[in-house]
Write a protein that binds this ligand. Structure first.
Ligand code: HEC
Ligand code: HEC
Length: 359
């Protein structure tokens, strides 16, 4: 097991765990040698000590697997080295500005609410655009989006920089007529002048490149750390028994073959095994590539915050986590998920929620 010497909380929990281990070990040994006069009591304490000992070894073993096979989120996203605070603040302002939709009533934050208990999506099956027009796909959360290399359900974009302007001119979303209309609106709003000159001190002319930089910097700042990360970083007491079982089950079933890496998804595609369950008019990645093999191929979503982001799937067709997991039986798992196992998986998935958005 390796750990960084700079990471004090890790070292602390590592010591606590080791100390607990040793104390259990000595308790076990001493139980075997104390006088025979109180035999019944000794048996009891031996039993309790062995139980705690086994529980701790199970937690430690699960922790090692989680660290190797999933991993925790780092505190910064790749590519964020040059993201300054003023750049992120500019991105935040643009993200929340309703004046940047055709009829001035919708902003990015309308469909991707971030504040309070909201987890980066609006909890609609499919969202409505600024004129009330119904979209065809479920809005994904944008928390931790800086760690994904596949963007949109069909993967039509690979970087946040490329993706940043799409929603403004998408006729199902904010419906501006063109990129230049976006720039004109920003230029005509004097409240932006300071923001642009703070973010770009050498040349504060408003252009599309700068808007892309600001929005993507803001999106990269949306990291959401969970209890699971604390567990992987060494705080073994953050998980109860059910959550440990759930995590083991997740790995045993092979959920992480598709929902892979520390984001538990978001970086690969998979073909729907039972397309008849879904909206037949959405051909997924085929709509981008035209390749017949890409029919019904969709992005594997990240499972981070999944407990907070119902309804599920690219068409938002399922509201319960239970049913979503049952549907995974039609995918390539190591074996099928039993009804009795679903509660354990849900207990684990709940630990992936942002710390500040749950009790
Ligand atoms: C009308 C609701 C709506 C608005 C407004 C909106 N989005 Fe989205 N967003 C969506 C939907 C729906 C998708 C998925 C679309 C798809 O996959 O085809 C999405 C996808 C995304 C993604 C990719 C997420 C992923 O997991 O692949 C990012 C990033 C994003 N939006 C950022 C933004 C930004 C930035 C704005 C404002 C400029 C914005 N959105 C405005 C509904 C909206
Ligand atoms: C073969 C690949 C694959 C495997 C294995 C897999 N999944 Fe999925 N999972 C997907 C795809 C693809 C989607 C999205 C499908 C869609 O949008 O229609 C998905 C969606 C989900 C969703 C809904 C998430 C959301 O935000 O919409 C949950 C929950 C989920 N999977 C849990 C699991 C669990 C738990 C396991 C293990 C029992 C598992 N998955 C195994 C590919 C897989």
């Amino acid at each position: 097991m390796s750990f960084s010497f700079q990471n004090h909380s890790y070292i602390r929990s590592y010591f606590i765990t080791t100390a607990l281990f040793l104390s259990q070990y000595f308790a076990l040994i001493s139980c075997q040698y104390v006088s025979f006069t109180n035999e019944k009591k000794n048996h009891q304490s031996l039993f309790i000590s062995s139980f705690v000992f086994l529980e701790m070894s199970y937690a430690l073993e699960t922790h090692t697997k989680a660290k190797e096979q999933i991993g925790s989120l780092p505190e910064i996203t790749p590519g964020s080295e040059n993201d300054t605070v003023p750049l992120i603040q500019l991105g935040n302002k643009i993200f929340r500005d309703i004046n940047l939709s055709a009829n001035r009533i919708q902003a990015c934050v309308t469909c991707h609410p971030l504040d309070g208990r909201s987890a980066g999506m609006d909890r609609q099956s499919t969202s409505r655009g600024t004129f009330g027009q119904l979209g065809k796909r479920n809005t994904p959360t944008i928390f931790n989006i800086g760690f994904s290399s596949v963007l949109f359900w069909d993967g039509r974009r690979n970087t946040l920089y490329e993706q940043a302007i799409d929603p403004f001119v998408n006729p199902l979303e904010m419906s501006l007529s063109s990129e230049s209309e976006l720039i004109t609106r920003l230029q005509n709003d004097s409240s932006y002048q300071n923001f642009f000159s703070e973010a770009f001190p050498n040349d504060s002319n408003i252009d599309i490149h700068k808007v892309r930089l600001a929005i993507s910097a803001f999106e990269r700042s949306l990291i959401s750390i969970s209890r699971f990360d604390e567990f992987v970083n060494g705080d073994l007491y953050r998980f109860n028994q059910q959550e440990l079982y759930g995590l083991n089950l997740f790995l045993e079933l092979g959920c992480n073959h598709c929902h892979s890496g520390r984001t538990l998804g978001g970086n690969s595609f998979s073909k729907l095994e039972s397309p008849e369950f879904y909206n037949p008019n959405d051909l997924g990645r085929f709509e981008v590539t035209g390749n017949p093999n890409d029919r019904y191929v969709f992005k594997v979503p990240s499972l981070r915050n999944v407990f907070l982001t119902s309804p599920y799937f690219h068409d938002g067709s399922v509201t319960s986590l239970k049913e979503s997991i049952l549907r995974m039986n039609s995918y390539k798992l190591n074996r099928s998920v039993k009804d009795s196992e679903i509660e354990l998986l849900i207990a684990f998935l709940k630990t992936l929620s942002d710390r500040t958005k749950t009790n």
